[in-house]
Write a protein that binds this ligand. Structure first.
Ligand SMILES: Nc1ncnc2c1ncn2[C@@H]1O[C@H](COP(=O)(O)OP(=O)(O)OP(=O)(O)O)[C@@H](O)[C@H]1O
Length: 310
């Protein structure tokens, strides 16, 4: 069963200008995105910076207003216009990219991790401490850390504290937005493996957002490729990596450094083939400024590098 269903989601931000500050254009950050995440699955949303991944994640959390489309969690329609507002804050939690800024530097670990359940559960101070100690133990942080501040931890440890906070309410879905991209390469794998362990232990469903296809490959069962606010391709991991269909997906797969010497020649051939196909097809997809034809009103940040005209 799908735990999360995103149906034709559109999130457009107005661009205002002129002395009357009127809407002069819009950024179509998300423009007709549909996908489903099944219970227990890790679904990867991948795409370059500005492709709309974070905006999609925030909309699921209720942090972005939705222009059009629907989001369902279990059977609840999250953005229903009529009826009672559904609160999924307990069931859906987010882990952010930057463990340096996502933890309040003035708060102690105890208060950071206890914050989510203080709103939901009444408990004594000593019960609260015990619960936070348990959570810290679960994420591999010493329980003596209760009264320490975020700056006393390394990046990887801070991300673990962020995870302790995210799992404090026993959520069903975690949206992990680039959870390792701000970390040293040397600790990235550790944090990814730790996330997988936590997922298994707690039977969590993960929506994993990243720009790095290597990280997505390591983590995800199913993958959606975002480009300029659209989901240009979607499928099981094996299909995306072995038989990509969209030229943008092919370029992402071709750009992965080849680490397996047995596949080097095959990968080189694939790269050459993609380069040729991209050059031939470029002007079918993009105009002379590098903007996709059907998506011209998207902001300049979406421009892609122009190849030589063949
Ligand atoms: N509040 C906002 N107002 C106006 N434009 C916005 C707003 N939030 C995001 N955007 C724009 O929407 C587009 C998609 O942004 P988003 O952050 O979702 O992309 P992303 O794929 O997550 O990229 P990144 O990895 O850099 O965060 C970008 O062009 C961004 O500038």
């Amino acid at each position: 069963m799908a735990l999360l269903k995103v149906d034709d989601l559109k999130i457009h931000f107005p661009i205002r200008g002129g002395i009357l500050n009127r809407k002069i254009d819009e950024v179509r950050a998300v423009d007709g995105v549909s996908f489903e995440v099944k219970e227990g699955q890790t679904y990867g949303l991948v795409g370059e910076s500005g492709s709309g991944k974070t905006t999609t994640g925030k909309a699921i959390m209720g942090l972005n207003s939705i222009t059009d489309g629907d989001i369902y969690f279990e059977d609840a329609h999250l953005n229903a216009k009529k009826g009672k507002k559904v609160d999924v804050r307990k069931d859906v939690q987010m882990i952010f990219q930057d463990p340096y800024s996502s933890l309040n530097p003035r708060k102690r670990v105890l208060d950071i991790v206890a914050e989510p359940f203080r709103n939901y559960e009444k408990m004594s101070k000593s019960e609260e401490k015990e619960k936070v100690k348990d959570l810290l133990e679960r994420v591999g942080i010493s329980k003596d850390s209760l009264f320490k501040y975020p700056h006393e931890f390394s990046g990887g440890q801070r991300q673990r504290i962020g995870v302790a906070r995210a799992i404090a309410l026993n959520p069903k879905l975690i949206i992990a937005d680039e959870p390792v991209s701000a970390l040293d390469v040397s600790v990235q794998a550790q944090v990814l493996n730790f996330l997988q362990d936590i997922q298994k232990d707690l039977n969590l469903t993960l929506l994993f957002i990243a720009h790095d296809l290597g990280v997505i490959k390591h983590m995800c069962d199913r993958i959606g490729i975002m480009y300029q606010g659209r989901l240009v391709e979607e499928g099981q991991k094996e299909d995306i990596f072995n038989n990509p269909q969209h030229i943008y997906t092919k370029r992402l797969v071709a750009a992965i450094p080849d680490v397996d010497p047995r596949r080097r020649e095959e990968h080189q051939r694939f790269r050459a083939q993609v380069k040729e196909e991209y050059q031939q097809s470029f002007y079918d997809y993009f105009d002379e400024n590098g903007m996709a034809h059907e998506l011209r009103s998207i902001s300049d940040t979406h421009k892609v590098a122009l190849p030589e005209r063949g």
